[in-house]
Design a protein around this ligand. Structure first.
Ligand code: PEP
Length: 251
């Protein structure tokens, strides 16, 4: 079975309601429906309920940018996976490098958040990737290996089939410095080989692995042209309808 291609926009902490609504309206006009393609927007939390209305009657799916690692309770300021589900989210980013570096999110937390999401029927998009220092030290494979192992070791085996990974080299996020398709493919193959070790061939071959890091309307076609790259996680370029639509049309 062909893997699903997912093009997800991570809006980060950007856009006010009127701007988000306009962006989605423009996207809906320009979007061409393609078989096996999933388009996802991940607005900041307070926009999520509004975004559910904006995407109405379109193929666009809703994702969140983060969730709590527990189901409910005294966790002021956090958002539960259960609420995300009720609000219509199908996806949630987990372990984005900004969460890891600015909010001290550990590999174990990423694993626990993924399990909570899976329990609620949401798909975690698990973000993994090395820093510039790790790449320069030749530690990128080791870093990614550890990140993947932490997730699989926390999850129920029955949920292994329901993960999506996003390879996001930290040095490429928001920097304008994209990984070359060759660099991305090398790591995607490595990620798939690690999934294979944990979950076997069938799961590894069915798992979508996205690339993220300064993907844009110019480089999207080359990245998506690689059979190992099953979609894109797009930050900055997802904030402009024309750019994001062009990225989607590159598939
Ligand atoms: C991201 O934040 O996930 C991302 C890929 O950002 P950008 O596309 O802006 O590099």
């Amino acid at each position: 079975m062909a893997r699903k291609t997912i093009i997800a926009g991570n809006w980060k902490m950007n856009l006010l309601p009127a701007e988000g609504e306009e962006l989605v309206a423009e996207l809906k006009e320009q979007l061409q429906i393609r078989e096996n393609l999933e388009v996802v927007i991940c607005p900041q939390m307070a926009l999520v309920p509004m975004a559910l209305d904006w995407i109405y009657d379109s193929v666009i799916q809703l994702g969140a940018q983060n969730c709590a690692e527990k189901l409910s309770g005294a966790l002021t300021g956090e958002t539960s996976a259960e609420l995300l589900k009720v609000l219509g989210c199908r996806y949630c980013l987990v372990g984005h490098s900004e969460r890891r570096s600015l909010f001290n999110e550990t590999d174990d937390m990423v694993g626990r958040k993924s399990q909570v999401l899976l329990n609620m029927g949401l798909t975690p998009i698990v973000c993994i990737g090395e820093s510039l220092a790790q790449r320069e030290a030749g530690d990128h494979f080791k870093t990614i290996d550890t990140q993947i192992a932490a997730v699989f070791s926390q999850l129920d085996q029955t949920d292994w089939t329901r993960l999506v990974f996003a390879y996001e080299p930290v040095w490429a996020i928001g920097t304008g410095k994209t990984a070359t398709p060759e660099q991305a493919v090398e790591i995607h193959r490595f990620i798939r080989s690690k999934i294979k070790e944990f979950a076997g061939d069938v799961v590894a071959n069915a798992t979508s692995i996205l690339y993220g890091g300064s993907a844009n309307a110019v480089n999207a076609a080359d990245l998506l042209g690689e059979s190992e790259i099953d979609g894109l996680l797009v930050g900055g370029a997802s904030l402009k309808a024309e750019d994001f639509s062009q990225i989607i049309a590159s598939f």
